[in-house]
Design a protein around this ligand. Structure first.
Ligand SMILES: Cc1cc2nc3c(=O)[nH]c(=O)nc-3n(C[C@H](O)[C@H](O)[C@H](O)COP(=O)(O)OP(=O)(O)OC[C@H]3O[C@@H](n4cnc5c(N)ncnc54)[C@H](O)[C@@H]3O)c2cc1C
Length: 366
């Protein structure tokens, strides 16, 4: 049986940052993924906020500087604005600096950075379960790890194996690319076009990443049909390479440590509930998980230190965002109410919500 200090399951943004931090901390680290090509198919809107914006959401500048480094060669375009569009087409625009990435290139770049730091990278190799320190892989292989890091996304096999079942709603997502004019603005569309969720149109280099995230499908409807209708309504070209996936929305769990297993990223339910973004929190939690594993192996620091650190950095804003999401969700089912609510809180209120804060007119600021 092969033995490692750390086995990281999943080479998405969370896993690659975890593997890099563990390897840099001196741990013999294996990073594995069941995909034949890392980062592909693309199951993402591909938008990330600028570091300065992220610092406004999470007050942990050192962690952001260490963990949230975007390989420049993976950036397709920088953006400066976000617009939220109401069910009747009213547009609420506010400044938001960010970048559109090629996730296909981004996931690879992060994984190769982990490899460059000394982690061993293996794919395609899937994990079917974790029992204590044993990691069962496809093909019947078993690996032994002193620490296992589950970074295997929203349907995490690792989380299920160790009995961590976060409270969440799994949004059904579909994403595709279309031909349409591009600008330095990302647009979110709310209302019946995306029941319970939102649609988006984000500018890549020369085309748009479009998609929908919904909590439920209309009777007899499919995600593909909803996407076709969405594209036709907004005058976008036909959808290319549509892909479905999931986004977990819910409060952050109380603990991400179970025995010698740590969870991070989507496997840990760390998506920002009011904007659906999960790349930055995946990178930050992954980095902290990898560092905690290395400290445990180096000097016996309890793995529970990971809970202390991710909670200090991420818990309060993520938990607040989950409460704001539940509050806003009451209005999401009825277009007239949703449109009225959006007009009432206006661009400033929507801006606050995207930044994981209560819209000021609701009177709550914590
Ligand atoms: C349609 C859509 C649009 C989105 N848009 C955005 C956006 O614009 N901006 C943003 O910030 N976030 C967005 N998100 C969320 C974002 O994609 C995730 O939060 C982020 O990818 C989480 O990173 P992760 O590393 O935790 O998980 P993932 O990126 O899901 O990586 C998990 C990895 O684990 C591997 N894996 C899974 N199971 C196993 C197994 N059993 N064995 C081995 N390997 C396994 C997978 O192949 C994958 O490579 C979007 C999500 C979706 C679905």
């Amino acid at each position: 049986m092969e033995r490692f200090d750390v086995v990281v399951v999943g080479a998405g943004p969370a896993g690659s940052l975890a593997a890099r931090a563990a390897a840099e901390g001196g741990a013999r680290t294996l990073l594995l993924d069941h995909r034949a090509e890392l980062g592909y198919p693309v199951q993402c809107g591909e938008f990330v906020p600028a570091n300065s914006e992220l610092n406004d959401l999470f007050h942990c500048p050192e962690l952001i500087a260490d963990a949230f480094q975007i390989p420049p060669e993976t950036v397709l375009r920088e953006t400066r604005w976000m617009t939220c569009v109401s069910p009747y087409g009213h547009r609420f625009r506010f400044p938001l600096s960010g970048a559109m990435l090629s996730r296909r290139a981004f996931d690879k770049a992060l994984a190769y950075r982990a490899e460059g730091a000394g982690a061993e990278l293996r794919f395609p190799l899937g994990v079917t379960g974790v029992e204590g320190n044993l990691v069962r892989a496809t093909g019947g292989a078993t690996l032994e790890a002193r620490v296992v890091i589950g970074a295997d996304g929203p349907l995490s096999t690792v989380a299920r194996s160790v009995g961590i079942q976060p409270e969440r709603v799994l949004f059904r997502m579909i994403t595709a690319t279309v031909d349409a004019p591009v600008a330095d603005e990302i647009d979110l569309f709310f209302g019946h076009e995306a029941p319970g969720g939102y649609g988006w149109a984000f500018p890549r280099a020369t085309d748009l990443n479009v998609g929908l995230g919904v909590t439920h499908l209309p009777r007899g409807g499919t995600l593909e049909r909803l996407l076709d209708r969405f594209c036709a309504h907004h005058g976008f070209g036909p959808a290319r390479d549509p892909t479905r996936w999931w986004v977990p929305i819910g409060p952050p769990p109380d603990s991400l440590v179970r025995g010698s297993t740590l969870l991070c990223g989507d496997a840990a339910n760390l998506v920002m509930a009011t904007n659906g973004g999960g790349i930055p929190t995946a990178m930050m939690s992954g980095w902290l998980a990898g560092r905690a594993a290395a400290s445990y192996l180096r000097d016996g620091t309890p793995l529970r230190q990971y809970d202390v650190e991710w909670k200090a950095a991420l818990f309060a804003p993520l938990e607040r965002a989950a409460r704001i999401y539940r509050w806003g969700d009451r209005y999401a089912a009825y277009d007239p109410l949703l449109a009225l609510g959006m007009r009432y809180i206006g661009a400033r209120g929507l801006d606050s919500m995207m930044r994981l804060r209560w819209p000021s007119r609701s009177g709550r600021n914590s």
